[in-house]
Design a binder for this molecule. Sequence first.
Ligand SMILES: NC(=O)c1ccc[n+]([C@@H]2O[C@H](COP(=O)([O-])OP(=O)(O)OC[C@H]3O[C@@H](n4cnc5c(N)ncnc54)[C@H](OP(=O)(O)O)[C@@H]3O)[C@@H](O)[C@H]2O)c1
Length: 411
Amino acid sequence: MNPSREFDLIIWGASGFTGRLVAEYLYHNYGVNQEVKWAMAGRNKEKLEQVRTEVAGNEVPLVLADSHDAASLSAMAQRTKVICTTVGPYGLYGAELVKACVEQNTHYCDLAGEVLFIRDTIDKHHEAAQANGTKIVNCCGFDSIPSDLGVYYTQKVAREKTGSPAQQIDLRVKAFVGKLSGGTYASLKDTMAKAAQDKSLYGTLINPYSLNPQGEQEGPDQRDLNTVAYDKKAKAWMYPFIMAGINTKIVRRSHALAAFPYGKDFGYSEAVMTSDGDEGQAKAMKEAMALAALMGKAPKQEKSTGDKGQNPARRMPKPGEGPNKEERDAGYYDMRLYTTLRDGNMMVTKVTGDRDPGYGSTSKMLAECGICLAKDETPQQFGVITPSIAMGDALLDRLEKNAGLTFSVVE
Ligand SMILES: NC(=O)c1ccc[n+]([C@@H]2O[C@H](COP(=O)([O-])OP(=O)(O)OC[C@H]3O[C@@H](n4cnc5c(N)ncnc54)[C@H](OP(=O)(O)O)[C@@H]3O)[C@@H](O)[C@H]2O)c1
């Protein structure tokens, strides 16, 4: 990466719901043109100017780039060390930017929880990015940082405690309060529409190891939980987690990219836990049905919002809409990692975040990833890679110090 670039990072998509939050976070925590040199980018100058006035004073530089104009993307990539992008759905608007970043040797991070887009990006760009020392890092938000860094942290503790990495980690979401934005809903719809059009894509969506390198797509894990079940380790009922489909694949890709340090028998799963007994079972059933409705058919667009967790809102938000400030500030998450150590004992660790997962917390995570890639000493691993592989301890540190995440041992 060229150290003499004009900017450390550019946030592309700054006029959208999540991009605006990233810009606001950068402005309040890093100022303008100080330790971190950054700019706001988008396709519409008037909209960008308006958002800048609302959240970031008037001095933040603006950059214009449209996903349909490859020259504008290339020019943008040449000016900065890192691009953080919130222009989604990534499957529709993301491919040309990745290409420009690899060609210009500019590090890149996104919020693409889109398995099909990530697989395509790996196939097209991993080798070239690896060869020229570019980091293309997907999933730098709620999906999949708490999972990816949670496992990274837990395995460090397991090694310290027992001298060996753990054999099995089962992440259970204990609490999760937040809502969808229009952009996320559009990404979900785009993935579902592509898979409906081309049935062969279902294989990529359901194969637990589909983001691993070709030839390394095997292991002990089965498909993600798709029903209600009782978890003996957590002593609670559980139901499917909407983010498991991407998070578990990212964790497995991290493991493969690190050359399987936890052993080829390492297993990983995710689900949402409720509680023990009839009440826990009833709640798990209710939430599982709500999730099936969200995934199976588009809920109506007319009625009012207000559901918590992954319960689908009755009226789905349009692009640019999402939870308001009160809702973001009232949100939080608490994830427990039930860990089977190689000596047979159990350990539980946890990851928490202090804002709504999808936007309040995600915008802080993406901004810190961008700064980490631009400024910190990070592992010498390149290509289309995951947050833990790209940034490791440096990111863990930043998330705890600056982004409201905690990683700790419970028992
Ligand atoms: N993984 C996670 O944890 C997580 C969390 C939050 C969001 N996300 C993802 O982040 C993405 C953005 O979500 P959001 O709610 O912020 O969406 P949004 O409000 O709809 O914002 C989308 C942004 O993309 C821009 N855009 C659209 N088409 C473009 C084009 N052709 N060229 C350049 N820019 C273009 C829009 O610009 P205009 O303003 O000019 O229309 C806007 O700035 C979605 O894919 C969502 O799934 C992921």
